[in-house]
Every structure is written in C-alpha cells, then in structure tokens.
Write a protein that binds this ligand. Structure first.
Ligand code: G1P
Length: 308
C-alpha cells in the first residue's frame, strides 16, 4: 500500500450522508406493514426528515438512502409533488408551500441505492461506496433522533472531524445492563467532548463490555472503511457489522468518540418514540401549552400520582 493511501482523511468538510433505511421495522408492526418506520411522525415531520435536516445543517448536499423495494414511501416523500405545490401556490398558501418544498431544499440531492439483501448495517453502508467515493462521509441512523437547542449533533461532529482529520463517532453513557443493545467503545481519556477510541465491540454482554459508552447512530467516517467492509465477515447476529469494520479501522486511522450536546431518543422503540413526541410537543412554539395541559389532564384522569 502506498504511503498516500495510508494517510488519514484530509480536513475536508463532509458533503455526503448515508441513511441506511432498508430495515423492516418489525418492532412497529402492524403500522410498518405499509408505513416505513422512518416515516413515523414526531408531531408533523417523519423521523427521516429530522435526520435529513441535521445532515443538511452539518453541510451535506448529497443524501444517499440505502433502501429496498418496500420503502417507496421514502423516495416518494423526497420527490417533488408538482400537483400539490401547484395547488398550494394557486391558493396562496405560501407557508405550506415552503414546508413542502423544504423537505429537500434547493441544492440538495437525494440518491437512492438498493440494498437487495438485508445483510447488516455494515453491508448497507458498503452499498454507498460507489456514490461516496474517496471522501469522508456521514452515516446517520434515523431511529436515533437527537434533540438539541444549539447546533445539531452531526454539525458538532463534522467540526471535530474537519479540525482533527479523524473519523468521529457519537457516543453516550448507558446503564451497564443495556450494553448488549449497542456498539460499546473503549477510549483514551477524554479531553472536552472527545476521546480517541482504542477498541469497539458490537453489543457485548454487560459482564464483558469494555465500558458503558455506547455508540449512537451518527458517524463521520474515513472512506477507507469501504475497503475494510469488503473483507468484514458476518459478526454479531450473523450480520456484516459496521462496528467490526470500525474496529479494523482503529489500527490504521484515528477514530474519535464524541459526546455530543443534545438529547437522544431511541425512536426504534415504542418508549423512545413516545418520549420524543412528548419532548417535541412540550418544546413546540404553538402546541406546548396545550400539550402540557393535556398531559396533566391525562395523569389526573388516570389517577396517576407521583411515580415511584
Ligand atoms: C446499530 C449499531 C450499534 C449502535 C446502534 C445505535 O445497532 O450496530 O453499534 O450502537 O445502531 O443506535 P441497531 O440499533 O441498528 O441494532
């Protein structure tokens, strides 16, 4: 290998974001029979839109969706809705028109790549290889919704990646009994929000987990990951794991764990979806007052006093 190909990612700003959205979403059946889980709404925006907005805010102009034949609703959603736009325009509903148009702002393009077989997250990311090419890029898992008053999590990470020329992975502390639900990292000491990753393992049992720092679905990755994914064997659950390719990347490049500012909701679970809805409702400029009252009324009516 030439020394050139061993050099780490240059300090280029990420422009491309990969969204693996080919999962079946079985946890949310029956709704996911016809509605992809990425299209489940928090108030009036589908989950995927929150992730897309975060990517665009971070500077991405190319959005790559790794999808499958059952997920047409996602492509339809990002397609231009001529008839609807025409109607809104004619009736002077400019605010709504803006909403519809801003699903995908001017200058941002969406590319759809088919993942024919569900072979794992690593395999899904590998499907983006030809579109991403040889530049650092983001991977965003739309299940992980990150609420933040300041800059979005990916924008924070892109700054670090650009500054250090490193790969960057979002992490947060989880209770030890939950390590088997996450990629778990071992790191050097943190300086501010960043710590160099020294080890990473997919979904370890609590007694063997190297720490309780869990990977959250935001990654800025060196394109070298693609070559590593090509030789990654099926791991946990018989799937090609992104975590295993990142473990191989550690030997070659700097990969930083980043404790983002913001609150993450695991919208891949019922409870996470409920928590996110409550949070966004309470923080909503129009709905918050009513939302608070109805929550109080529901608690009173159901006779729920202080929870234990
Ligand atoms: C995936 C990753 C895991 C990561 C998690 C974050 O797992 O494989 O390393 O911690 O996303 O949400 P999944 O939740 O898709 O099983």
């Amino acid at each position: 290998m030439s020394s050139d190909s061993m050099s780490p990612i240059t300090s280029r700003r990420i422009r491309k974001a990969v969204f693996p959205v080919a999962g079946f979403g079985t946890r949310f059946l029956p709704v996911t029979k016809t509605v992809p889980k990425e299209m489940l709404p928090i108030i009036d925006k589908p989950l995927i839109q929150y992730a897309v907005d975060e990517a665009i805010e971070a500077g991405c102009d190319t959005l790559i969706f790794i999808t499958n034949r059952y997920k047409h609703a996602i492509a339809d959603y990002f397609d231009k809705a001529y008839e609807l736009e025409h109607k809104l325009e004619k009736s002077g509903k400019t605010e709504m028109l803006e909403l519809v148009r801003n699903v995908l702002p001017d200058g941002v393009r969406a590319i759809f790549v088919t993942q024919a077989e569900a072979l794992g997250l690593g395999h899904a990311v590998l499907c983006a290889k030809a579109v991403v090419g040889d530049e650092p890029f983001a991977v965003m898992l739309p299940d992980d919704l990150i609420w933040s008053r300041g800059p979005g999590a990916l924008a924070q990470m892109a700054d670090v990646a650009e500054r250090d020329g490193s790969s960057v992975i979002a992490v947060q502390q989880v209770p030890r009994e939950q390590t088997a639900s996450y990629g778990i990292v071992a790191t050097d000491a943190f300086s501010d929000r960043c710590g160099r990753i020294t080890g990473i393992v997919e979904k370890p049992e609590p007694d063997v987990a190297p720490s309780t720092l869990a990977v959250v679905g935001r990654y800025v990755l060196d394109p070298r990951i693609f070559a590593l994914l090509e030789t990654t064997k099926p791991g946990k659950g018989g799937e090609i794991q992104l975590t295993d390719a990142i473990a191989a990347l550690l030997a070659e490049r700097t990969v930083n764990a980043y404790r983002f500012e913001g609150t993450r909701f695991d919208c891949g679970t019922h409870l996470g979806l409920i928590e996110a809805t409550i949070r966004f409702a309470l923080d909503h400029e129009v709905l918050s007052e009513h939302a608070r009252r109805s929550m109080q009324a529901a608690l009173d009516e159901l006779g729920v006093e202080d929870l234990p």
